[in-house]
Design a protein around this ligand. Structure first.
Ligand SMILES: CC(C)(COP(=O)(O)OP(=O)(O)OC[C@H]1O[C@@H](n2cnc3c(N)ncnc32)[C@H](O)[C@@H]1OP(=O)(O)O)[C@@H](O)C(=O)NCCC(=O)NCCS
Length: 205
């Protein structure tokens, strides 16, 4: 990795919010307002959005990666890592590993004993970093089957962003049943097993 990179908290770099939104929305499209709502509460006491910046002399730093660490109110000894992303041109250079390592260090500093995440299609990446499959966590107290159902409805069959930014069960249930038209049936997935959402866990030392 030859590039000079740094990791900063989003709330310390508010001028990079727009770039962060673009990075996330290019991968997982959603409205700017919804995206803003999911990252603007970054603060020093969690949730924290971490940015991986590539430092370019005399030019504004490029936001090349993001990951968000949140508390799990029902499981206070664990934290959740989500929205892990490296921009397409910088993948395969070790930045994803670096970002996750920094997240884990920060989580350990907060006193968490383990880190949880969910993924559809990046199991091998997380396994390489020492994550193992585990039971679902309920961030909102919702049954995992309900959340999974919503996740599977992602556009274009693209793996959606992992769970925690999904609307809570009671709200989404109301919207899907009461106000939204039913979506057309999704085409058959060619690889159901590899895109099924799983939860993964890593104990922190
Ligand atoms: C997943 C992602 C963050 C990985 O970032 P990255 O910078 O490319 O990963 P790294 O270069 O640090 O890879 C670390 C290791 O994982 C491996 N790896 C990375 N992506 C992998 C994949 N999709 N499948 C299998 N192994 C993978 C690398 O080969 C490397 O292995 P090595 O240490 O033995 O050489 C990146 O591909 C990404 O942003 N994807 C789109 C968003 C996304 O799906 N995020 C995950 C949401 S759960």
């Amino acid at each position: 990795m030859e590039d000079k990179v740094t990791i900063v908290a989003l709330h310390d770099k508010p001028d990079l919010i727009e770039d962060c939104i673009k990075l996330l929305n290019d991968e997982w499209p959603r409205s700017k307002t919804a995206r803003m709502r999911s990252i603007e509460n970054s603060n020093r006491n969690l949730p924290i959005s971490l940015l991986l910046l590539k430092n370019i002399p005399k030019i504004k730093d490029e936001v090349v990666g993001h990951a968000k660490i949140s508390r799990l109110p029902l499981e206070p000894e664990k934290c959740l890592i989500e929205s892990v992303i490296v921009n397409p041109t910088n993948r395969g250079k070790g930045f994803g590993r670096l970002l996750m390592t920094e997240c884990e260090k920060l989580a350990a500093q907060f006193g968490f004993s383990s880190v949880i995440l969910s993924t559809h299609d990046k199991k091998e990446f997380y396994q390489k970093l020492g994550y193992e499959f585990c039971q679902p966590v309920y961030q909102y107290g919702a049954p995992p089957s309900v959340e999974s159902h919503l996740v599977e409805q992602s556009q274009n069959n693209k793996a959606s962003e992992p769970i925690s930014e999904i609307t809570p069960y009671y709200e989404s249930d109301f919207k899907t049943k009461a106000t939204l038209p039913q979506p057309p049936p999704l085409p058959q997935l060619t690889s159901t097993l590899s895109t099924k959402k799983v939860y993964m866990k890593k104990y922190l030392k």
